[in-house]
Design a protein around this ligand. Structure first.
Ligand SMILES: O=C(O)CCC(=O)C(=O)O
Ligand SMILES: [Fe+2]
Length: 349
């Protein structure tokens, strides 16, 4: 990527402010009590309260002493760098297209503006099972297979090991979120049996015009929960719920950044909200990040949980099919849309 092509340029109101304030307020939650207590519910009460208020007030928090392997994370960051450092011809050998949806890609758009980044996606399950078309009446299913590069060696094995390690953390966090909503700890487990979760390696090269373009334009994550590893460069910004200001999430060594996705917003009937975020780039340093997107099975009908609704608090959303929502979103990466992409508020009562 050289000079900034017009496709990357954000509308003036969405351009980044290069002097954004740092978000001191984003809660930093220490999960070490989880490993000490053998999950005795009474001893994790404080933690559950912290997770609940962070999800409610911010929709974003960071976790430390999370139990996921630091060593594995360093290894995965190294192979991601090595993969992206190859020439385009090599990377294109695992390029994704309308049929092979997973793999390498460098022309992603968010809200129809091109993102200043390149990505590599792989499924936690291989293959991922999804509807074959965006037509709700079409019951045919299709498989999305992972595409693995030859180089660097061990890439596939490390990716698979990392996926299982972070999946454990994701499910643990879902237990804490369930408890914070006064639900049984395992309430959400059933949704992940045939999960459509995937992991993305993001590479944001230095950008000659960081005041005009974004690494990822403002968006909300459509799935359940995102577990993000960012390097030490920084650039992630979150729209603070209390005042709508963009604030920076500064890197904390070895921490994971967690954010509530649209599906938790719906399941919790808006007790928790999915928050808008975006990524700034800079002219000097490249940046790498690795989000794990926890997603349910394609056949999941997403709707407010029965236990969390009643006559005083009726369901705020009509049920929608996750597989259909997900494939419609993925398809829009290939077809530049003139209309707005599918959003959860389309199902708002
Ligand atoms: O790179 C980041 O810090 C966040 C990326 C992100 O929001 C996404 O890929 O959905
Ligand atoms: Fe995101």
């Amino acid at each position: 990527m050289g000079e900034v092509d017009p496709a990357f340029i954000q509308a003036p109101e969405h351009r980044p402010n290069l002097h954004t304030i740092e978000a001191k307020g984003i809660p930093l939650i220490d999960l070490s009590s989880l490993s000490k207590t053998n999950n005795d519910p009474s001893s994790i009460e404080g933690l559950v309260r912290e997770i609940g208020s962070a999800s409610k007030e911010w929709g974003f928090f960071q976790v430390i002493n999370h139990g996921a392997s630091i060593d594995l994370r360093q290894k995965i960051e190294t192979v991601a760098r090595e993969f992206f450092a190859q020439n385009l011809e090599e990377k294109n050998k695992v390029r994704r297209d309308g049929v092979q949806v997973l793999g390498y890609y460098d022309t992603e758009h968010t809200k129809n503006v091109r993102d200043w980044k390149e990505v590599f996606d792989f499924g936690v399950e291989d293959p991922i099972l999804v509807p074959a078309s965006c037509d709700l009446n079409d019951k045919e299913l299709t498989h999305w297979f992972n595409q693995w590069p030859q180089y660097p060696p061990q890439f596939k094995e490390l990716c698979e090991e990392y996926a299982q390690d972070v999946l454990k953390l994701a499910l643990k966090l879902m237990e804490l979120i369930a408890l914070s909503l006064k639900l049984p700890a395992k309430r959400f487990d059933e949704f992940f049996k045939d999960q459509t979760s995937f992991i993305r390696f993001n590479h944001y090269p230095p950008c000659p015009s960081p005041h005009l373009a974004l690494g990822v334009g403002r968006h909300k994550d459509a799935g359940v929960l995102t577990i993000l590893a960012q390097d030490d460069v920084g650039g992630l910004e979150v729209k603070r719920k209390s005042d709508g200001q963009w604030v920076r999430v500064n890197p904390t060594p070895h921490a994971y950044i967690i954010n509530v996705g649209d599906i938790i917003q719906v399941w919790s009937n808006e007790a928790y909200e999915s928050v808008e975020h975006r990524v700034m780039v800079n002219s000097e340093r490249e940046r790498f990040s690795i989000p794990f997107f926890l997603n349910p099975a394609h056949y999941t009908m997403v709707e407010p949980l029965e236990e969390l609704t009643n006559e005083q608090n009726p369901a705020k959303y009509r049920p929608y099919n996750w597989g259909n929502f997900f494939t419609t979103r993925k398809r829009s990466n290939f077809v530049k849309l003139d209309v707005e992409n599918v959003q959860i508020y389309h199902f708002r009562v």
